[in-house]
Design a protein around this ligand. Sequence first.
Ligand code: GLU
Length: 539
Amino acid sequence: MSIEEDAYRYAIKNAALHEGKADMGALIGKLKALYSDLSIKKTMEISLEAVKKVNAMKLGDIKKEFSKFDKEGYELKQVEKEEKLPELEWAKKEEVVTRYAPNPNGPFHLGNARTAILSKEFANRYNGKFILRFDDTDPKVKKPIENAEQIFKEDLHWLDCDPDETFFASDRLELYHSYLKTALQKGFAYICKCESEDWRAKIKEKQACPCRSIDPKKQLKMFDQMLKNEIKEGEAVIRIKTDLEHKDPSIRDWWAAKVVDAPNHTNPKTLKNHVWPSYNFASAIDDHLLKVTLIIRGQEHEQNKTKQEFLYKHFGWTYPHGFHIGRIALPNVALSTSKIKAGIEAGEFSGWDDPRLGTIKAFRRRGFKPEVLKQAIFDLGVNTNDSVVQWEKLNDLNRKIVESESERLTFFEEPLQLDIAYSPKMNKVIVDKKRFGAFKAGDVVRLRKLFNVKITKKDPLQVFGDFVGEAKVKTPVVGWMQDGVDIEILMDDNSRKAGLAEEKILEKKPGERVYLDRFGFCIIDKKEKGKAFLRFTHK
Ligand code: GLU
């Protein structure tokens, strides 16, 4: 089927469900999600064409077309997705052990979820093991959050990415010390006391500093002084010997550990520890000790891999297989733990689950299904390209899943009373003020599944009409309700909208979903004193 045909079918579906008027925005979103390679201009052109054509049709003809497509399966064909995750040739001989190694200084977001989801997926595919390992060895700048384990595991569980084992690097400091000691003893690490400026100037010139050749025995003595904090913070660092000629100066003799006088850490066991390994050292040692065979990490760690390979060579170990992956961006959303944290502290965001954020908590709270995030990640494949995940795509994937479980309920943001004279049934109903804005005295409307009313008078607070028969006539159909329930919706921009929904909403339990007519998909948060509180998911 051509894109134009898909667009036409969707416009028909949309118009059939919305009283003959297809929505341009919804169609663009749908096409963008299905044909991500299509330019925005082309998407708009095709959408406009389809919407114009369909909106000029009579409602009866739209419905006829719709029922025809419905029989054939009106849903647009999802463009065939090629399998994007590569085979692991080596997995026939080796076990697949993957790990997700976050720095727990904030809960995780769609950006780092990519590593977690892919790592779990590869472990699943090959009946392997998936490890959660907290890279929490920065007791100065990146202090871990309280309850990191529980917070991360909750999100991982929701994503169906439960780890088989969990480790904290901060529980393993003595282990790193023993490997640092070996490295010093064997002469492939050294304690450097140079002023950092001097050291940098030397390394830039590919020259060794004097500390590099100090005898291992003396090195070990100094190491002991570091452990006892007799050598103070800033006075010494431990470096791993690399190729001083390496083309990238940042690789040359990288730092493996330093002294911290007063660690600021949530793990109480670490507070008396003064020698802290770098991420590169701890992570490299752990990947080996935990028998990790596949490392999936961000492209920004490319240089770190090179650094770590030097250490593996020194120890005579084999470096694990690996993939580097690009960054993910979500339009208009900051995906950076430090930026989010600063925003929360400044009161700009309400918390880690603020609906404007791309954290897993925010997605959960808004009512996204975990499969949606996973699908979006799988669709990106395993590559180093930086990618933008479009909200339309996430919304579209989610809509497909939640559509069938979301009961359609009438909702008015601005309710208006309609008094009906000569009515055989009821003489007062509530209608939508916005919808009635389009009508004037003399127009006839049909109250959905009820009867026809001729508008006689409109004022800002109320509208009046006469009952003019029950027979279906060609006239706009409008929603109505008899009573209503106050509801409040937390929107995706963190604002709150109030309105009136039909009473049935009070039968829904927290976590259940509804589709509010002409508004969008929402999830029930709570009910209090006859009022329902909802969270907006998407249109
Ligand atoms: N803590 C690092 C990160 O969150 C882990 C990098 C790695 O996987 O080695 O980016």
